[in-house]
Design a protein around this ligand. Structure first.
Ligand code: E4P
Length: 212
């Protein structure tokens, strides 16, 4: 399983990229709005920093508008992936982008049929939202396993991005259940590194070294 970072904050993206583990970036309208910057300018900064897939979401609700927006986004850099919501209009747009060789990430996936439809329309990625399912008492991880099972059984190459990740256990379980990618907030990335015994071990080694 690969790591994407789920943010539009350029400092966090640069810090994550310096770790050598970053395979891509996902953004969404809420994350971009938090930054208070020009969307296109920020995407340029991100694509200059990261060579992997950078998901940029369209906000139009009709296929024609999505296609127009997506073409403009894709023109920013070759590694832009157009993020499209899971709707009938979104599926039409995904098919059009696929014909244009523009990569897509179908977002707001909450059941396996949505993932299968997106894949068959030509999506490069599907993004099931774990945390938001957990929030309403449904099992987000079960959805990852189901989608992974279906894609595997039918030889579908669309990659599964475990999204709406809230804590380190989501990351481990997403990897175990067949997600190809986990897109994680910067805070969770920091949590993945930490273990109290690692910190205690470093402290003890340094104390012993300084006693010699
Ligand atoms: C990423 O592609 C999603 O937009 C993001 O993970 C959603 O996360 P949230 O449910 O915490 O807003």
């Amino acid at each position: 399983m690969k790591f994407f970072i789920d943010t539009a904050n350029i400092e966090d993206i640069r810090s994550a990229n310096a770790l050598g583990i970053l395979a891509g970036v996902t953004t969404n309208p809420s994350l971009v709005a938090k930054e208070g910057v020009s969307f296109h300018e920020r995407l340029k900064e991100i694509t200059d920093e990261v060579s992997g897939s950078v998901s940029a979401e369209v906000i139009s609700e009709d296929a024609e508008g999505m296609i127009e927006e997506g073409k403009e986004l894709a023109a920013i850099a070759p590694n832009i992936t157009v993020k499209v919501p899971m709707t009938l209009e979104g599926l039409k747009a995904v098919k059009a982008f696929s014909d244009l060789n523009i990569k897509t990430n179908v977002t707001l996936i909450f059941n396996a049929n949505q993932a299968l439809l997106a894949a068959r329309a030509g999506a490069s990625y599907v993004s099931p939202f774990l945390g938001r399912l957990d929030d309403i008492g449904q099992d987000g991880m079960d959805l990852i396993a189901t989608i992974a099972g279906i894609f595997d059984r039918h030889g579908i190459e669309t990659e599964i991005i475990a999204a709406s990740i809230r804590h380190p256990l989501h990351v481990t379980d997403a990897a175990l259940n067949g997600a190809h990618i986990a897109t994680i907030p910067y805070k969770v990335l920091g949590q993945l590194v930490k273990h109290p015994l690692t910190d205690q071990g470093i402290e003890k080694f340094l104390n012993d070294w300084n006693k010699k």
